[in-house]
Design a protein around this ligand. Structure first.
Ligand code: ATP
Length: 336
């Protein structure tokens, strides 16, 4: 069976890692009709739309996307396209598995880290509702709703049950944001009560950050509102060797877009240095979503074997290989 997938290379290192991930997916032998669409700062300024219609039309047809990062200007300019896409398609669950890979010399190489982050993806401080009330006084609205909190909690607990995971930790700051984070926590507790076989606990986000660094092996599933989810994802990525290796999925009721945790990394864009592992592993999640379990396993196993061998790793994880050399090594391992 052939699948149609929208391929969004994005910008920065996006086109480099997307090309590598596409080649690796094709090497598994799975039949994918790729629909490449351009989404970057240039297209946005040309079309005057942060989400150009051709991108949405393609995703409407395929319902599945593999996406590189799109740069978000800091402190001004257009709103984040990545966030806009998640909201537009109601991709409410951001799922980010964080686990050690063999052979990476991270500070925690002697610890087995295996956690999955469930980040609410549509609201919180990402509502983008900011106002300058009077000069030099700005408010930013944090929006938390029962609907969004319940569905991310249900998604995380259902995943735990389906995948034999034992523990869910909800992460919050309800001691300070008593109403907003209080509602998030209430929803998590109510859903937790429906899954008595899964241990449930709550951690305040500052303590959770310390515990993650001191005892990362204790964490199983983390359940967070949007902003804490963003920050804790990068922290967790740092535990296993950095942003170059952590994949992600944005899941909705009808659409799914797979993208790495990392951003467009302008500091290394166009230099052939980017690590494509994160997007390749995101592509493996996509293959699983498409029901192509065998191809997903092939891709993951090949990536692990390249890490185990350690000869063709990129600079961010201590090697000297280029994006393309790493991709070639993965493809060779798939074909062996
Ligand atoms: P955003 O907020 O858009 O998610 P960010 O602020 O998290 O972006 P990134 O663009 O992800 O920032 O980059 C953070 C650092 O990690 C940079 O130094 C970048 O070079 C490095 N980095 C990110 N992705 C990769 C990758 N795939 N390979 C190698 N280094 C990477």
């Amino acid at each position: 069976m052939s699948h149609s997938v929208t391929l969004i290379p994005g910008d920065g290192i996006g086109p480099e890692v997307a090309a590598a991930a596409r080649r690796a997916v094709d090497a598994t032998g799975v039949s994918i009709q790729w629909e490449p669409v351009e989404l970057n700062a240039e297209v946005i300024s040309q079309t005057g739309q942060s989400l150009p219609q051709h991108v949405l039309d393609s995703l409407e047809r395929t319902r599945v996307g593999l996406k590189g990062p799109v740069t978000t200007p800091i402190g001004g300019g257009f709103a984040s396209v990545n966030v806009a896409l998640r909201k537009k398609l109601d991709l409410f669950a951001n799922v980010r598995p964080v686990h050690s890979l063999p052979g990476i010399a991270s500070r925690f190489s002697d610890v087995k880290i295996d956690m999955v982050i469930f980040r609410e993806n549509t609201e919180d401080l990402y509502s983008g509702l900011e106002h300058e009330i009077v000069k030099d006084v700005v408010t930013s609205l944090k929006v938390i709703t029962r609907t969004a909190s319940e569905r991310i909690a249900r998604y995380a607990f259902s995943y735990a049950r389906k995948n034999g995971r034992k523990r869910v930790a909800a992460i919050h700051k309800a001691n300070i944001m008593k109403l907003a984070d209080g509602l998030f926590l209430r929803c998590c507790r109510e859903i937790a009560a429906q899954f008595p076989q899964i241990q449930y606990k709550e951690l305040i986000v500052d303590n959770a950050s310390m515990q993650l660094v001191m005892h990362p092996e204790m964490f199983d599933i983390l359940l967070l509102p949007n902003l804490y989810g963003d920050i804790v994802s990068d922290l967790a990525a740092g535990l296993v060797g950095g942003l170059g290796i952590v994949p992600g999925a944005n899941m909705g009721e009808t659409h799914a877009v797979f993208e790495a945790v990392h951003g467009s990394a302008p500091d290394i864009a166009g230099q052939g240095k980017a690590n494509p592992t994160a997007l390749m592993l995101s592509a493996a999640m996509m293959l699983t979503h498409l029901g192509e379990t065998e191809a997903a396993n092939k891709l993951e196993t090949a990536i692990q074997s390249v890490y185990r061998e350690g000869k063709y790793l990129t600079g961010d994880v201590g090697g000297a290989a280029s994006t393309q050399e790493f991709a070639d090594a993965v493809i060779k391992a798939i074909k062996n």
